[in-house]
Design a protein around this ligand. Sequence first.
Ligand code: SF4
Length: 237
Amino acid sequence: MDPSIALRIYRALAKRYPEALEEDDGRPGDPFRVLISTILSAQTTDRQVDEIAPELFSRFPAPEALARASPGEVEAIIHPTGFYHVKARNIIAASRVLIRDFRGEVPAAMDGLLTLPGVGRKTANIVLARAFHSPAGIAVDTHVRRISRRIGLSEETGPDRIERDLTALYPRELWGSINFLFITHGRTLCTARNPRCPECPVRQDCRYFRNLTKNGTSLPHGKRRAKRKNEQSRSGR
Ligand code: SF4
């Protein structure tokens, strides 16, 4: 895709979802809280993590406290976020690595973050963007993946390759906010099932929508039938 079209898509989404850009307000978050919250947010909603965060961080405000916690204590708090056995193990282990290897500080670089248990490239990208406002790439989650492929920003299926395509299309200063925008779009209009394309501000630049309109399937059912009839009568069937 032409980078100027990719930019037009970004601007249209930014106009449609100003609240997503407010989330990315440029103020770095507390790195430890961002790290732990991001690990916990796997397979659940931000709201669920926000609900348990006050208790978790009042009991364990820093890596030193969490590193000494027992899995049972942590599990009792993070239980609503799902996969709580694995998540408790990971956040305790990550806190221990922070103390052992990073003097209790969250590293501000991709290679350091990737040494922490429970942290993959997606999590590391989110931490770099939200905690340090210094994105090293674009976090590709399920929304970013789906939307990028539907629109035609990437043909790839793997998150690393989609990230490579997106970072080639967008200037670095937008990398952090793309994740926020696409997540909001994915929850609002470009949902996994039945995307609401007729309401979408980027439909004219979206390959999925173009294919739908080509097939006539984005039209209401009655019009679709009329279109089919028309085509049949034109072709003499
Ligand atoms: S036109 Fe439809 S498929 Fe394309 S981005 Fe918008 S909602 Fe998603």
